[in-house]
Design a protein around this ligand. Sequence first.
Ligand SMILES: *Cc1c(COP(=O)(O)O)cnc(C)c1O
Length: 350
Amino acid sequence: MSLPVYKPGKAAVQAEEEHGITDAIKLASNENPYAPIPAVVEAIREAAATVNRYPDHGAGALRGAIASWLGIDRDRVATGPGSVGLLRQVCMLYLDPGDEAVFPWISFEAYPIFTTEMGATPVRIPLVEHAFDLAAVADAVTERTKLVLLATPNNPTGTAVSTTAIAGLLARIPDDVVVVVDEAYREFADPALGDPVADLVPHHRNVVVLRTFSKAYGLAGLRVGYAVGDPELIVDVDKLLLPFSTNSLVQAAALAAIEHFDDIRPRLELLVAERHRLVRALTGAGWKLPDAQANFVFLALGPRTEEIYLALERQGVVTRPFPGEGLRVTIGSPEENDRFLATLAEVAAA
Ligand SMILES: *Cc1c(COP(=O)(O)O)cnc(C)c1O
C-alpha cells in the first residue's frame, strides 16, 4: 500500500542545524506558545504517581466533565488520543475499499492519509478563493460516499463555515453520509459562526463533531481530543478506541484544564488579539490573506511560497509551506510575532 506520510512541522532545532543558525522560532505546527497553566502541570504531576495502574479505559470522569461543560448527555461524548485518533476511528468505522470520502482541498493532510489507509478514495473539492465551496461538496456526494470531512476553521487556510451553511449542505445529502465537523480551532473562531454541538448534533444523527485539547488548551504533547454525536454513532466510534489510549496523565490534565478554564481564557484572548494585530499589519503591508479564524494566518503566496518560506527559515523563522498555495504561520507570543513581521518585511525587501 503506498500511503502518503504525515509531515509534522519542522522543529526549531532542526532548522538551526540545517541553516547553521541559532535562536530559531517555530511557528509551524499551530501549537500554543504558552506552557500549560500551573493547575494542569500539578494535575499531571499528581497523576504521575499512579501510572503503575492502567487508566480508566472509558475516561469516565473526563467524559462526564466534557458533557456537563457542553450541557449535553454523557453518552454523546467519546474521548480519544487526540482528535486525529478519533478521526481515524471514524474513518475505520465508515470507510471500506471502494468507498469515497469527500472533503474540500486544501485542508488537513490527515484526511487523504486516513481515507487511503482504509482503501477508500479521497475526493478533493477545490477551494474557491481559499474558502469552502459547500455546494460543490454536496454535488460530489454519490452513492459511494460514506464520509464528508469539514475542518472549520480550515487548516491551513484559516477560513470557517457557519453552522447555517453546514445545515444547508446536510439538507442536500443523504442522511446516511456521515459529516465530520473537525473543530480543532473552534476556540479561536468568531462565535457568530454558531456551535455545531448545539445547532447540528441534536437534529442530525449523521453529524460528528471533533474537538481537541491540543491547540487552544495547549496540551498538544499529551494527545487528547473528543467527539460529540448521536449516542449510537458514539458507541460505535468508541469500540475502535485502542485500549487505554486516553492515558492517566492525559485524563488528569484535561480535567484540570476544564476545571481551571478561567486561567486559560486570557491566553486564548491574547492569541486572538495577536491574530488581529498580525492580520492588520500584513494586510497593511499589502500581503494577501484569506479570512483568519484560527491561531494562524495564511499568506496566499502561490508560486512564491517556497522561496519566501526558505528565506524566512534562513533567518530562523520556521513556518509551514504548502507548495504552490501559501504559507501557514502560527500565532506565537507577541515577541515571536514581531520577529516574524520584521523578518518577513526584510525578506520581501531583499
Ligand atoms: C491540529 C489538528 C488536529 C489534530 O488535533 P489533535 O487533537 O492534536 O490530534 C485535527 N484537525 C485539524 C484540522 C488540525 O489542524
